[in-house]
Design a protein around this ligand. Sequence first.
Ligand code: ATP
Length: 574
Amino acid sequence: MQYATLCETYNAIESTPKRLEKTAHISALLKRTSEQDLARVVVLLQGKVFSAVDKQTLGISSRLTLKALARVTGASTQELEKEWSRTGDLGLVAQTLVSTKSQQTLFTQHLSVEHVHTQLVRLAHTEGKNSVDTKLKILSELLSNASAQEAKYLVRTVLEELRIGIATQTLRDAITYAYLAEHAGIENGDIVDRDAYNTVTAIIQSAYDKTNDFTKVAQKAIKGLKALKDVHLTVGQPLKVMLGVRGTLTDAFENFSLPLLVQYKYDGFRVQIHKHEDKITIYTRRLENVTEQFPDIVERARSCIRARTAIIDAEAIGIDPDTKRYKPFQEISQRIRRKYGIDEMAEKLPVDVRCFDVMLAEDTEYLEDPLKKRHEQLQAIINEHELFGIAHTLITENETQANAFYDDAIAAGEEGIFAKHLQSTYQPGVRVGNWMKIKHTMEPVDVVIISAEWGEGKRSGWLTSFTIAVQDESGVLQEIGKVATGLKEREEEGFSFKEITELLAPLIEFEDGRYVRVKPEIVVEVAYDEIQQSPTYSSGYALRFPRILRNRSEDKTVDDITTTDYLTLLYEAQ
Ligand code: ATP
């Protein structure tokens, strides 16, 4: 397939906010895609070069891209920077320049999807001596053969900022239309049998939830429904985690059938533990492999999980070895990123692991089974150890008893409790009403920082004011305001100006006086007094008295930040 064809589709998707139209454009593209090109097209559609389970990244800076653009178009770096600051999008800069500059004469060869993808993979793999030159050469070659539109999307892909707004659901539906129309009751592009359609999309969704990888899903779907139904969990490959919604115990007792399950909500970080005989693999909630960072969890999981194969959901919580009290998440979050001195760290900052769900045991999948059965299964395969065991749980029909359980959780220093419906299945990647989190504090939001300002006076040298964004249902970032409080002046007091500046500095894409625009990667948790509707910000909401509570970048990516839909829920629940 020609890269130009893919770019036409990007353009069509970007030009419409309507989900149905986006779906139609993607499905038309998929129909034209050969089996050979399928994996490449699917990752590139998502603005990626590697599939979601492959954690490699491109790591190409805006500076290098700017240099390649200058080289190819003959424009000066100043000229490029001026345009960049005006539009805030290097892709647009590339498009304008390529359409107006002498570069057109260099246009020698049409780019194919295969060539572009191969070169992007090469870019990611280039390291060591002379790597900057080699990368510059690869980028320049691609750009010099690109049309204006191709240059725009190429640059955005290279910078991992495609963001044309394809939601998971859209991709799922496009696969249905492209490959499974006859099973899904679709005739001439219209759904004529809604039940059949829902059945098929549910099968695709389930395949995606289990693999977390649309490449694999598309490759199965093109072979037919039978192949798709045959997608199973694979031990060692992470699946998306299930999440809960905010509620009260009264809500839970009104809405769930009784008895229900209540469980401590620990303030640690999520670990998905995979066991295959002696091999243990640990993933965070971002599905990053952190096995090496947690030799202590590996060792305990090996001896405490009494099953040959298993996939378990658990929370790892920092614990004070002397007092046996839990520590807040911030105090152990550094272990997640640690690359050296790991054993020392494990000793200095031990964690306790509390398991709360099981998705697979002894090669049997439990996703479709009710929580009651999964909980029993968990009890059957976990050997309790001082620092490894099952989350503190009570199954009850009695609301007074559940309230007392909640009080115990708060007294023990936990964040609150979860109330879980005993008949509920495990739905990966979904925020479900069957898991209700009951906390005593206002629910903070997770936002990404998109720009900031340098401080003045005694705060000069630090970034001190931050523009923050949430995501809409298509994953496009939408501003929700500015935050300048919550951070500490002194490092020993907690999340500090110095720390946030160090996190953001390598991500600066553009500076103008005190203003800096940063690549949207740093996720922070923000508390507030109230959510208000606001015409000022693109999300439609603003936060009253926002304050930064903590850095969440260790366990959350920009894909995990609060959505506008969830904000609406929080707004209405106030
Ligand atoms: P928070 O910011 O409070 O951790 P969140 O946005 O990460 O919330 P929530 O849906 O509020 O996600 O809570 C789910 C998280 O709570 C899980 O990802 C897990 O890390 C943690 N957790 C702690 N104890 C439990 C438990 N018993 N059952 C399920 N999740 C638990």
